[in-house]
Design a protein around this ligand. Structure first.
Ligand SMILES: [Fe+2]
Length: 268
């Protein structure tokens, strides 16, 4: 099974100066074309939040247009830049999204890997939270299938990234989630967004990670209390390949044309 992960698309109105003026909708269109052109198609595409920049209905309409050509089934969760109600409205044809829950969390069955989506949003705040109610929901879902390989996806990373300015808007309840994960070794991965960079960490018996943005990246900054800066590193998506004999193997796939003439002398 191949899982593609796209994140932090921050789709915005044309001409908006946000995110250094980058046309994030055009970036997403290139990402969709990139995934559609893959010779091995992903079984699913997971979009891990911050789908749009300001949570407006207009932005969600632009988002849906950019995503429309995507061939693989798409599953979305909100990030801090999203608006739950407008997201629900814009994706009202996505039947997996719960209609009667305050949180947009859900389980996707029917694939070799069980997929569990978490909702870390606190409306109006940049940071996220997994409250007791959301953690209890997760614990019950995990208890229902303790032997099935499972991937959890969520927007805010529950782990310390070492980028202090972003850890200040991290995920409350991360330690409590870690305790749940430690009791559930079937969790192969915890896939996150929010940081606009690829990061991996061994975490409570699983591997937790964040992915690069399809639009604009954040500059790598590991000095204590270092400044926030954007970076024009290439956009990318992630590919998580599941093989039963190995588990999940994660790859980064840069979006763009990187073909060059091949070297004429054979490489050692
Ligand atoms: Fe975010």
């Amino acid at each position: 099974m191949l899982i593609a992960q796209i994140t932090d698309m921050h789709v915005k109105r044309p001409g908006s100066p946000a995110l250094e003026g980058v046309d994030t909708a055009a970036c997403l269109e290139r990402c969709v074309a990139h995934i559609n052109a893959m010779e091995r198609q992903p079984e699913v595409v997971l979009a891990t939040g911050d789908l749009v920049a300001e949570g407006s209905a207009e932005e969600y309409a632009i988002l849906r247009r950019a995503l429309a050509p995507l061939r693989a089934p798409l599953y979305v969760i909100p990030g801090n830049h999203d608006d739950r109600d407008r997201l629900r409205e814009a994706f009202s044809d996505h039947d997996y999204l719960p209609k009667d829950s305050p949180f947009l969390h859900y389980v996707i069955e029917g694939y070799p890997v069980r997929l569990i989506a978490l909702d870390t949003v606190i409306p109006g705040e940049d940071g996220g939270r997994l409250c007791a109610e959301r953690l209890a929901w997760l614990e019950a879902r995990l208890a229902a299938a303790p032997d099935r390989p499972t991937v959890i996806f969520m927007h805010h990373p529950p782990f310390v990234t070492g980028m202090d300015h972003l850890d200040r808007i991290g995920c409350e309840g991360g330690a409590a989630l870690g305790a749940v994960i430690a009791r559930n070794p079937q969790v192969e991965r915890v896939l996150c967004g929010h940081i606009h960079r690829p990061i991996q960490v061994r975490w409570h018996g699983t591997i937790a990670s964040t992915g690069p943005s399809t639009g604009l990246q954040m500059a790598l900054e590991l000095r204590p209390d270092g400044p926030f800066r954007w970076s024009f590193e290439p956009p990318a998506c992630q590919l998580h390949l599941y093989r039963p004999e190995v588990g999940v193997i994660s790859h980064l796939s840069y979006i763009g044309d990187f073909d060059r003439p091949q070297p004429t002398t054979p490489m050692a």
